[in-house]
Design a protein around this ligand. Structure first.
Ligand code: FAD
Length: 393
């Protein structure tokens, strides 16, 4: 199958390519290419720069500040941004909470939060998982008890990415214990500077601090922070997860990583031969490209059904499953191609500029991508159920 784009789309694509070539700061480009973590300030500045250009909330409708692009243009935009090794915008506010507020939020919540997400004035984290509720999320036990105009919250969230940088959390809480466990869950917005919140760091296997455990002790949150109706949290959570899983697939990022790997494999030699010409390496690179191409076409199918007005459903599980497998394969190839450059014990600064200098950390962190956003086993169960339902119809 050959993909063809209209002349208008090609002009659009060139415009995006030129903008990223001229505007991506070199320091960010290097960090993205080598898989290094960005600082909070770097992310905020870059996100604001994208917003000024109309390049941040590219999936949002025009009435909320989106550019009104077609799905094809969004796809081309993503490819060009990633190919330029430019950082992606923050996903928690833009990709997850934004669409939820548009679908379920009150007018006041939309008016207050959507512009602040766009301008990166608020940094959102996701409070879903708990020590006793990960795959079985509906077992969550953090309680929100109604008291006058407030909810009083007690409990704990875990694995909360960037909670230490966040100003706000969107959070699933238990407001009732009657009926099915899914029925008593509500979706609440929490300001992180309220008394009664403690954030404790969890350092992950890559040696970085992305993750946290968050404790709530008699935390008071106004009832006006409830999104949708009390008890509607499970429906909202599932809506958000389809957006999360589709974005975790990271097709554009993987295409850019593949291009970087092919370039490196053509530059680096072993026993006098370019790595790309060695049969074992060539076969692995070819296999990875085939899997990536299959992923890309699956992504395009999902995009075209989204363009036809269909919300992403179980396809998002398929994308997450395939996309994260590809990410892990590419991170393994980066270790093997980078060889001595990829190992973290080189003398301080000696290889600071090398393309693969952070490959080991990235490889280690990406072991988690088949867990976060819902583990592989959970995605397979979603797919199996949808296939069985399809067969029964
Ligand atoms: C790097 C990282 C970042 C994260 N960021 C966030 C975040 O920002 N916010 C947030 O809320 N959460 C976050 N999470 C949590 C993540 O969503 C959970 O880790 C995930 O849902 C799995 O839950 P669990 O860790 O409790 O594992 P468990 O649910 O205990 O699962 C353990 C193992 O058992 C398997 N398993 C469980 N149930 C079944 C079943 N029914 N059938 C077959 N196999 C099963 C799982 O697949 C897994 O292999 C993050 C996790 C990681 C690793």
């Amino acid at each position: 199958m050959n993909l063809t784009f209209s002349d208008e789309d090609r002009v659009f694509q060139r415009g995006v390519r030129d903008w990223f070539a001229a505007n991506t700061p070199e320091v960010l480009r290097r960090k993205v290419e080598s898989g290094q973590m960005l600082t909070r300030d770097e992310i905020v500045h870059w996100q604001r720069r994208l917003d000024e250009q109309g390049f941040l909330v590219v999936g949002w409708p025009k009435e909320h500040g989106g550019p009104g692009w077609t799905p094809t243009q969004r796809y081309l935009y993503d490819l060009e941004r990633a190919a330029a090794n430019a950082p992606v915008g923050l996903s928690m506010g833009v990709i997850m909470l934004g669409p939820v507020l548009m679908a379920f939020g009150s007018d006041a919540q939309k008016a207050r939060y959507l512009p602040r997400i766009r301008r990166c004035e608020d940094w959102w984290c996701q409070g879903y998982s708990e020590p006793g509720a990960g795959s079985d999320l509906a077992s969550l036990a953090t309680t929100a008890v109604s008291d006058g105009d407030d909810y009083v919250i007690n409990g704990s969230k875990i694995w909360t990415t960037y909670a230490h940088w966040a100003t706000h959390m969107f959070c699933l809480v238990r407001t009732a214990n009657t009926g099915k466990k899914q029925e008593g869950i509500s979706f609440l917005l929490i300001e992180m500077d309220r008394p009664g919140i403690e954030v404790r760091p969890i350092v992950s296997i890559d040696g970085e601090h992305h993750l946290n455990q968050v404790f709530f002790t008699d935390l008071r949150v106004p009832r006006s922070n409830l999104v949708g109706q009390e008890g509607q949290g499970w429906e909202i959570a599932k809506y958000l997860l389809t957006h999360e899983r589709t974005s975790i697939a990271g097709v554009a990022e993987s295409k850019a990583a593949m291009a970087n790997l092919l370039r490196s494999a053509a530059e680096r030699r072993w026993a006098g031969t370019r790595l790309i010409d060695q049969p074992g390496m060539a076969a692995r690179l070819a296999r990875a490209e085939i899997d990536l191409t299959a992923l890309e076409y699956t992504n395009l199918r999902v995009l075209s059904s989204t363009a036809a007005g269909k919300a992403p459903g179980p396809e998002s599980s398929l994308l997450k499953l395939m996309g994260t497998a590809v990410q892990q394969t590419l991170s393994e190839l980066a270790l093997d191609i980078g060889a001595e450059q990829a190992w973290p014990w080189h003398p301080e600064g000696a290889l600071a500029e090398a393309a693969h200098v952070h490959s080991m950390e990235r490889y280690a962190f990406l072991r988690a991508c088949t867990i976060y956003g819902g583990s592989d086993e959970v995605q397979k169960t979603v797919l199996a159920k949808s296939m069985l339902a399809g067969a029964a119809r």
